[in-house]
Design a protein around this ligand. Sequence first.
Ligand code: CTP
Length: 410
Amino acid sequence: MDGAVSERLDLAGKHLVLGLSGGIACYKAAELTRALVKAGATVQVVMTEAAAQFITPVTLQALSNRSVYTSQWDAREPNNMAHINLTREADAVLVAPASADFMAKLLHGRADDLLSLMCLARPIERCPLLLAPAMNREMWAHPATQRNVAQLRADGATVLGPDTGEQACREFGEGRMLEPEDLLEEVVAFFQPKSLVGRRVLITAGPTFEAIDPVRGITNLSSGKMGFAIARAAREAGAQVTLVAGPVHLPTPRGVQRVDVRTAQQMFDAVLPAVPQHDVFVATAAVADWRPASLSEQKIKKNGSKVAPSFELTENPDILAAVARLPRRPFCVGFAAESHDLLKHAREKLVRKNVPLIVGNLGPATFGRDDNALLLVDAHSQRELPQADKLTLARQLVAEIASRITAMTT
Ligand code: CTP
């Protein structure tokens, strides 16, 4: 996680009840508590007796800065009803880890300990239940667990994960609890406005790399961060997202389908066939305009020569313009990375690429950085999105795109 993310306080003002049921994944609950608190949430921890075998309430009290509840007989509450009081101010209950046994209990509405009692007694309409399952792969795959999970979903629970990988029991498979940073990303996404539900969004991101010989090439300083932030923001808004990425070193946002490419031609070949399955196309990639006309099979050597090698360049296809020319085109958004005269160049690109929206930014001020400032330009107006971290800007841009496509279809 970078600095800008933690400063963004994505969960400011949210009060979460974090429930722990028994399982080795309880060790991840300490990091999770810390991550939720760092993101601005207040966290009230509730543990089952089994959970307290794996991690102590003392640890979670210190990290959440609140005393932990473990028993329905806890006399601290004046009315002696912790199972009622705890969820009345909560924005959500997150059970992480949610063991197979705990989910089986929830399913039947059983309530013989504080955590299950509290889940049953929560106001179901305004206090959603999020479950992060954690168990051995055989337990997860068992028809009983799968039946329980399906029914819990039908009863309104949101199931986060589980992940696939090596398990504490040394077996390999599906059932691991999501890592704390992934759970944080899911919880943050859960609270974002769902302005793109049912929409499919295709995004290009990053630079392209055009090889000159086996060890050299033409590329640029684009880091891909803006495109990846837009992919995350679109998915948070409920869209199905495909991200076609040039060579970048960035983790794939959760729930996003990623296609890796290297050259402009490969990006073109990945994008064009995918267009008909998408409602929105956002071209953030800094596509190389030119590529060497021919690739040298071997490394170009100096061989004592003082004459610089020269090679011819061929123009790459313009991906955005090609998509915008299609008869049944998606809603197309282009980017303009400029060094000067942003508005003038953005307007020119709007016309030249024939798209309804261009997002202008100053290349040198954004490439590789975590923050940016954007200028949204359409045929009639322009609007500035002032300096902020890229995910904040991406969320604002996604809201803008959502309102434009809603206006077109209503
Ligand atoms: N773009 C694209 N394919 C290309 C070139 C650009 O899809 N071969 C897209 C970019 O992803 C961006 C927009 O077109 O959304 C504008 O890119 P930019 O490089 O700023 O514009 P160019 O058309 O290359 O114009 P110039 O280099 O003259 O500024």
